[in-house]
Design a protein around this ligand. Structure first.
Ligand SMILES: *[C@@H]1O[C@H](CO)[C@@H](O)[C@H](O)[C@H]1NC(C)=O
Ligand SMILES: *[C@@H]1O[C@H](CO)[C@@H](O)[C@H](O)[C@H]1NC(C)=O
Ligand SMILES: *[C@@H]1O[C@H](CO)[C@@H](O)[C@H](O)[C@H]1NC(C)=O
Ligand SMILES: *[C@@H]1O[C@H](CO)[C@@H](O)[C@H](O)[C@H]1NC(C)=O
Ligand SMILES: *[C@@H]1O[C@H](CO)[C@@H](O)[C@H](O)[C@H]1NC(C)=O
Ligand SMILES: *[C@@H]1O[C@H](CO)[C@@H](O)[C@H](O)[C@H]1NC(C)=O
Ligand SMILES: *[C@@H]1O[C@H](CO)[C@@H](O)[C@H](O)[C@H]1NC(C)=O
Ligand SMILES: *[C@@H]1O[C@H](CO)[C@@H](O)[C@H](O)[C@H]1NC(C)=O
Length: 632
């Protein structure tokens, strides 16, 4: 799988190069700043920048094959996960890359003593002035203002250059054209209950539905699962039951980004109704980069996502099980963090650009300080279009490394059908917009990364029982799904995607979706995401979203890990090669009804077999457990 290649860009010799004829190439570029960033003025020449050069990692183009080797159910190496040291050694940048880049910097007048190498050998860093950076990278730096928040970025206009002979040794350089998204732009997928009309215009601040009236009635059975999902409804839907045997060896992590925060009394209110023995239980709190449970701001927007994720993750795994909360700071609620890299830095010291011996850099940035849990569920996402190719590629490879170490990474795919967060679609030139003139589908990231498991949402059709087949979700949200514009289709998914395109070819013009059949498709799997009853800010409410589906699936996979660990087997790790394999097909409830509208279309359709709305379907827990117990 040669999925991690970058297109080679045209070679240009820049007249301004002080290295005479040394040819430079444009290394990365973008058409415009992302939505909500506005170019202001040229950055003052003396402004200091922490220039960081991400060195290319050897063997990274083979990472998909290496991952397949230990996660394909038919591989003789199934479950032979790698150690962190093995991962670090295999992908450590070469001496040639390091020396070449260092020589360039020194030749350009950046003294040796100013250049530092990260502990992992992955990044070179030097503090340089804007003038020096402009000279090095043949570009111009500007101040960009965020239009919604009081934040500024110093970034170069629309691209930067590097010496041609170093192109193969450099992944990307920061700060250049990568913009972090403000907290408000990294969508937490949760949606409050809304009327269909309100949902289409995405109004905020609608009146709360006072619709969980008879909580006793709802809590005590599975009669109302079509209108009110509870832990018992999910157990009934997927035949999920769990008696833990290997608690000490097991782990399950939920990721939240500050200012999103759980409220302890809400957990207890929920447990009191749905899991009495857990009253008083809390997740194990792990702060990343100073993430904390802020209490200044309350309401469903600030507490709803955490309430949902933790209440369902904890209630489904049950009393006394170790659920970890990774609370990541998003950089003063500013446009400083939240692009998932901060979280990944904390899990993997080889990923971050730290150059000191201590475990955090001078900004209090955690680096390799956190041991990942076996299952990690995140209910936030970006649009694929907003991040540069090199950036997505490097982050995606990082998920593969977690998979190599046996970690299962789940992301909810998003809640806007074939559009990305905020109902954004793409113009033909690739820029993102909520204008109705932007008609091209906008895939979400990281669900399009082939090394994570993207989780979509289903629902029980009104009036139906838990034993009736579910549909793609149509109330509150539409499940994000479709085809990447960047990542290639991974081997494990090829047959499923080909079958879908052959048997149910979507009738849309290739102008509006990636119809090539060569691109990574999502979601991978689905699970109920409608009408979840949660306790938030002292009340019971119902919420909707792929946000709900990911942690609930995580709980079931946690239980499967428990069963494997109890018999001395390894955790399930990266699950996609297994769930797409023929042997697993009867372990899913195929979803064959519903669509995922967006961008002025009906979106794709759920059909027999895999589809870009419900993936392989919803889990049939006892069968999945059996399949995974049969594997070595
Ligand atoms: C992309 O296309 C849209 C719509 O035609 C236009 O408004 C926008 O300016 C274009 N952006 C660039 C960077 O060309
Ligand atoms: C950007 O923000 C700075 C500081 O607040 C301000 O001085 C400048 O005028 C702003 N630029 C634009 C284009 O609004
Ligand atoms: C799931 O549960 C239902 C009813 O409880 C039962 O009829 C069915 O056989 C179960 N399926 C599996 C695969 O265990
Ligand atoms: C939030 O609370 C802290 C103290 O915990 C206080 O310093 C800060 O000013 C508050 N911020 C807002 C926006 O109220
Ligand atoms: C990031 O946030 C820190 C404070 O947490 C601030 O000092 C720094 O200037 C910010 N960086 C950018 C690029 O916005
Ligand atoms: C940093 O770590 C390296 C290698 O482990 C060691 O040689 C060096 O002395 C350490 N430096 C400091 C300042 O502790
Ligand atoms: C379609 O996807 C493939 C693989 O992801 C990519 O190479 C190609 O550029 C995409 N096409 C368009 C028009 O985005
Ligand atoms: C199919 O889904 C639609 C909503 O998209 C729903 O109205 C309809 O009842 C569903 N049909 C079946 C057979 O589940």
């Amino acid at each position: 799988m040669a999925i991690l290649t970058r297109t080679t860009l045209a070679v240009v010799t820049l007249a301004t190069s002080c290295l005479g004829s040394l040819p430079f190439v444009k290394h990365e570029s973008r058409l415009s700043a992302p939505p909500n960033w506005e170019q202001s003025h040229r950055a003052p020449a003396e402004t200091e920048l922490p220039l960081r050069i991400g060195l290319a990692q050897p063997n990274i183009d083979r990472i998909g094959d290496l991952l397949l080797d230990i996660s394909h159910p038919q591989s003789k190496n199934y479950g032979n996960h790698w150690s962190a040291a093995q991962v670090s050694e295999t992908f450590r940048p070469s001496v040639e890359a390091l020396d070449g880049v260092r020589k360039w910097l020194v030749d350009e007048g950046i003294a040796h003593s100013r250049i530092r190498l990260s502990n992992s050998g992955g990044w070179l860093e030097a503090s340089v002035s804007v003038a020096e950076a402009e000279q090095l990278l043949k570009t111009e730096y500007y101040v960009y203002n965020h239009t919604l928040e009081d934040v500024q970025h110093v970034r170069c206009a629309l691209g930067y250059h590097i010496p041609e002979h170093l192109a193969e040794h450099i992944d990307f350089i920061t700060p250049t054209i990568h913009f972090n998204s403000a907290a408000s732009q990294v969508r937490s997928n949760l949606k409050r209950r809304r009327t269909a009309a309100a949902m289409l215009v995405r109004q905020a601040g609608l009146p709360r539905s006072a619709d969980v009236d008879n909580i006793e009635n709802i809590a005590s059975g599975i009669e109302h699962c079509d209108t009110h999902i509870t832990p018992d409804c999910l157990r009934a839907l997927y035949n999920f039951s769990f008696a833990p045997q290997a608690t000490e060896k097991n782990s399950f992590g939920i990721v939240e980004y500050t200012p999103q925060a759980y409220v302890a009394s809400d957990l207890d209110m929920f447990f009191d109704k749905f899991s009495k023995p857990q009253v008083g239980e809390r997740p194990t709190f792990v702060s990343i980069d100073g993430g904390f449970l802020q209490t200044n701001m309350t309401g469903e927007d600030y507490n709803g996502e955490s309430a949902l994720d933790l209440q369902y993750a904890m209630a489904l795994v049950g009393e006394g099980q170790p659920v970890t909360l990774y609370q990541v700071d998003d950089g003063d609620q500013s446009a400083n963090g939240t692009s998932f890299n901060d979280f990944l830095d904390a899990l993997d010291g080889t990923y971050c650009a730290v150059h000191r011996n201590d475990s955090s850099d001078n900004d209090g940035h955690d680096c390799g300080t956190v041991t990942p849990t076996w299952i990690i569920s995140t209910s936030y996402y970006f649009s694929e279009q907003q991040l540069t190719d090199a950036y997505k590629t490097r982050q995606c490879a990082e998920y593969a490394k977690l998979g190599l170490m046996g970690v299962t990474v789940l992301y909810s795919t998003g809640d806007n059908g074939v559009a990305s967060g905020g109902n954004m679609c793409l113009f033909q030139n690739g820029t993102e917009s909520s204008s109705p003139e932007a008609k091209r589908f906008s895939p979400t990231f990281p669900s399009t990364c082939p090394f994570i498991t993207g989780v979509g949402a289903t629902q029980i059709v009104a009036g139906n029982k838990v034993s009736d087949p579910e549909s793609a979700i149509y109330e509150g949200i539409f499940t994000a799904g479709g085809f990447s514009n960047f990542f290639a289709v991974p081997d494990y998914q090829k047959t499923a995607v080909q079958n879908f395109l052959t048997n149910h070819p979507p009738q849309y013009s290739p102008d509006i979706w990636n119809s090539t059949g060569h691109s990574r498709a999502y979601p991978d799997i689905a699970l109920n995401g409608a009408n979840y009853v949660i306790a938030v800010n002292g009340k019971f409410d119902r919420v909707f979203g792929t946000s709900a589906s990911a942690p609930a699936l995580g709980a079931m996979l946690y239980a499967i890990n428990d069963a494997r660990l109890a018999v001395g087997k390894k955790p399930i790790g990266f699950i996609n090669p297994a769930i797409y394999s023929p042997a697993f097909q009867d372990a899913f409830n195929d979803i064959t009804n519903g669509t995922n509208p967006g961008c002025g279309t009906e979106g794709f359709s759920a059909v027999e077999g895999w589809d870009p709305v419900s993936g392989v379907g919803t889990p049939n827990y006892p069968k999945l457990l059996q399949k995974w117990l049969e594997l070595p």
